[in-house]
Design a protein. Sequence first.
Length: 304
Amino acid sequence: PTEKALISGNLHQYKGFWFPTRYIQGVLASQKHFQAQDTDILLATTPKSGTTWLKAILFALVNRVHYHPDPQNQDHPLLTNNSHALVPSFESNLYFKKQIPDLTSYAPPRLFSAHLPLESLPQSVKESACKVVYLCRNPKDIIVSLWHYTNRLRHRSMGTNSLEEVFQYFCRGVSPFGPFWDHVSGYWKGSLERPETVFFIKYEEMKEQPGLHLRRLAEFLGCPFSPEEEAQGVVDNILRLCSFENLSNLDVNKTGKLSKTGVEHSAFFRRGEAGDWRNCLTAEMVEQLDRITEEKLQGSGLKF
Ligand code: A3P
């Protein structure tokens, strides 16, 4: 079954999840053709959770020896490339429209991303020692962010989605790569069962204690910060380089577009804060969503 247009395209239900129809071919092609290597790093996220931000952080982190993230380095790739170009996504870039890319020439560690639920990841990802970093976000902020993003992408002639409309769809599980709760539950369980290969992090945690979580991430990826790097302030340099302030003001992010889908880079930078839902959702909406979240995640130990 398909559902009404959200994010300038239909959503198609496949194996329990709602995939944007235009990405279905990419999803299937990535499942069929992607061959994971043990040194790969895959960033998996729910849409609008800060994927753009964590891509930048991961790129800066694992490439910090080649590209110093200090403010003097005006040649850092993140200053002239959108992070979606540096960390390509399976469904909207590499395998978009059934393309089969040759990824063998990519130097390790290869960095990729996907919005796929854990259940739908290519088999080789699950069978290899490849590291999966999972990022999610409070569903209240995802809804607000998704609402703005949806309307930004929709062609004017298609009209806009009201917040109420996006909200009700989301609550029914109908959102890109949703149901949200099934998506997060899959990776949450994965991180409990296989903590050495699945790292689970929330946008809000990253916002609150970025230094702590960046160091945890570095440990998880097997590239912890050395005492020398700590003394040089490398952690802060990475965070400053990847800050909303810095990235959203770069020319490439103000004017560029994603190569395959044509989405403007600027659409990925709106407010960059936790808690905007307080300005947008009604008390009834909050109550409804809290109830669903509690029901769906009951007993899992995961809370938002
Ligand atoms: P808001 O709409 O709440 O501002 P994604 O990259 O998964 O599509 O998520 C987009 C959300 O991440 C947007 O949230 C966007 O503003 C925010 N974002 C983008 N870059 C960021 C950064 N460097 N730091 C924090 N948040 C960022």
